[in-house]
Design a protein. Structure first.
Length: 168
C-alpha cells in the first residue's frame, strides 16, 4: 500500500507540472461486510461501497468534474480491514460522450524487459480527451467501474460518471 501512495504522490507532482489537474477517485469498500457476488440487487452495492460522497447521493449519481487534459486515477481502499486489497480491474464506457481515454501506467525498462510499476496494478488511470463544444457547457460519460476484493471471490461493479465542463 505504501508503494501505491508513492505512485499517487508522483502522479500529483507530474500533474502540477502539466496543464491539467489530477483527480484521485477513491472507492471505499467495507470488505468485511460485502457479500461475494452476485449481490441481491444492483442498488445493494451502495450499502458496502461508495466514493465518500454525501449521504443521499447514490453511486450512480456520483460525478467527477473534469476538464480536457486532466488526469484521473481510480483507487480502492478497504474501510474495515487495511489488510484487504480493493483492486480496480477496469473502467468501461457505458453511456454518453466518451470523454476519457485509459492511459496505462508506464513500465520500468530493465535488462530482461519491461516490468510494471509496483502497486500500479491496483490503480487505473485515464486522461480527459474531450471538452464540450460551443453549443454545450457540459458533457457527461457514464462508465462501469469493476473491482475485486482480496477476501471475496468474484467481481463487483458500480456505474458512476465523469462530467466535463468548459473553462470559465
Amino acid at each position: 500500500m505504501k508503494t501505491t501512495t508513492q505512485i499517487l504522490m508522483l502522479m500529483a507532482v507530474i500533474s502540477f507540472m502539466s496543464c491539467g489537474q489530477l483527480h484521485v477517485v477513491t472507492l471505499y469498500v467495507d470488505t468485511e461486510a460485502i457479500p461475494s457476488p452476485p449481490l441481491p440487487s444492483k442498488s445493494s452495492i451502495d450499502q458496502y461501497a461508495n466514493f465518500g460522497q454525501p449521504a443521499g447521493v447514490a453511486n450512480k449519481d456520483y460525478a467527477t468534474i473534469v476538464r480536457k487534459g486532466d488526469l484521473i486515477i481510480w483507487r480502492g481502499e478497504s474501510i474495515s480491514n487495511p489488510e484487504h486489497v480493493v483492486k480496480i480491474t477496469s473502467i468501461d464506457h457505458y453511456e454518453g460522450e466518451e470523454i476519457i481515454k485509459l492511459k496505462p501506467f508506464n513500465t520500468i525498462m530493465r535488462k530482461d524487459g519491461p516490468v510494471a510499476q509496483i502497486g500500479s496494478n491496483e490503480l487505473v488511470r485515464a486522461k480527459v480527451i474531450l471538452k464540450p463544444g460551443k453549443e454545450e457547457a457540459y458533457i457527461r460519460e457514464e462508465y462501469i467501474l469493476t473491482f475485486t476484493v482480496s477476501n471475496k471471490t468474484g467481481t463487483f461493479t458500480i456505474d458512476p460518471e465523469v462530467q466535463g465542463h468548459k473553462k470559465k
